[in-house]
Design a protein around this ligand. Structure first.
Ligand code: AOF
Ligand code: ZN
Length: 361
């Protein structure tokens, strides 16, 4: 049975887990709170980077001997494997933890089994407290383990009438400075930022995180199918963050620019094959992708069923003409419309930010 105090401790663990967003990939974000036998918090921890101690170990170290007889609240089932670190189920047992409450079962076949191991050692185990919140906080990693591809967020900024530029192509600045700063937070939480050749030509974007101290820079990925859009001196080629330029595998190598070039399959429509791109990113350890590309690229991702979440910044501006945020996504009749689930609405500066998820399956 879970009490109100259990809920408070797990809520705190979910908040702690989020501190690892952007820096733990290819591993999950995990938070842990330890309370003593009388319910006082004696240790907290979160997973900070892949290869480093798991959340439970940080919390156990903070608690020391006060962990004995206490409860550990963990957002993910404690692991049962010796990977880069030892099994947390064993560390919890050895510290004398009497009860473990965890939110989400670990779907990773190598690490699973912690709950059973704890139960077998006589620890009281509770599963599922704040499962939805913990799942949402770790959605990129969980999606990656389940689907073998990164979690994709498509972000755009548009006028209230859904346009991303005026008829003559001018677009600076539709959204407010606060919205633009918020995008840097999204980039910092993402492992990779993806744009296409249209955005490359129109904006010469930089795509690195600015203005957030200690932020982990994402991998900047430019889909330049025909090796024609990224030119020497492009801002994306500076050393502020790593960059991969993706070119179709039928383009002659002499046309590549110096630097990291990935050659991937071309899809029948002419662009890079999106499932191939996503599985390549997955293999490179990328668990979350922020799609900042223009309408054409976003249309291809939607058509490929490769968008999990949409974040739209809507500015109270009308243009009446100009390109729409999303180009053709293969939808021709209303029964095929992609219907989303709004998870959040927020005022950002003078704009409205809408976050919506794409239902699975
Ligand atoms: C984490 N941090 O706090 C917990 C994890 O690469 P390793 O050896 O550190 O193991 C990673 C796996 O351990 C991970 O995929 C997940 O299944 C489990 N739990 N991992 O990185 C943590 N609790
Ligand atoms: Zn562990």
């Amino acid at each position: 049975m879970a009490t109100a105090a259990d809920m408070d401790a797990m809520r705190r663990a979910v908040v702690l887990a989020a501190r690892g967003l952007g820096s733990t990939s290819p591993n999950p974000v995990v938070g842990c709170v330890i309370t003593d036998a009388s319910g006082h918090v004696v240790g907290e921890g979160f997973h900070q980077r892949a290869g480093g101690p798991h959340a439970e170990i940080h919390a156990l170290r903070a608690a020391g001997v006060l962990a004995r007889g206490g409860t550990a609240y963990v957002t993910l089932e404690p692991c049962n494997h010796t990977g880069r670190t030892g099994p947390c189920a064993q560390a919890l047992t050895e510290a004398g933890i009497a009860r473990v409450v965890y939110a989400v079962a670990d779907p990773n076949p190598q690490a699973t089994g912690g709950a059973d191991a704890l139960g077998a050692a006589g620890v009281d185990v509770v599963h599922g407290l704040l499962e939805e919140e913990a799942e949402a906080g770790n959605i990129a990693w969980l999606t990656s383990v389940r689907l073998g591809r990164p979690y994709v967020t498509w972000k755009y900024a548009a006028t209230l009438d859904g346009r991303i530029a005026a008829a003559d192509g001018t677009s600076r600045w539709i959204s407010s400075p606060e919205s633009r700063a918020d995008v840097h937070r999204l980039r910092a939480e993402s492992d990779a930022v993806v744009v296409g050749s249209g955005t490359m030509r129109a904006d010469d974007p930089h795509l690195a995180v600015r203005g957030i101290e200690g932020a982990t820079q994402p991998l900047r990925v430019v889909l330049d199918t025909n090796a024609a859009a990224v030119r020497p001196g492009a801002r994306v080629l500076d050393d502020a963050a790593p960059t991969a330029v993706v070119v179709a595998d039928d383009v002659p190598a002499e046309e590549f620019l110096p630097g990291e070039t990935w050659t991937l399959r071309r899809a029948t429509g002419g662009g890079i094959d999106i499932p191939h791109l996503l599985s390549t990113l997955h293999q490179a350890g990328v668990r979350s992708v922020l799609l900042e590309g223009g309408p054409t690229l976003a249309g291809s991702f939607v058509a490929a069923g490769a968008v999990d979440r949409v974040i739209g910044y809507l500015a109270p501006v009308l243009l009446g003409a100009g390109p729409a945020a999303l180009a053709d996504a293969g939808i021709t009749t209303i029964t095929e419309a992609l219907r989303l689930h709004v998870t959040e609405t927020e005022r950002i500066g003078t704009d409205l930010r809408i976050t919506a998820t794409v239902p699975k399956g």
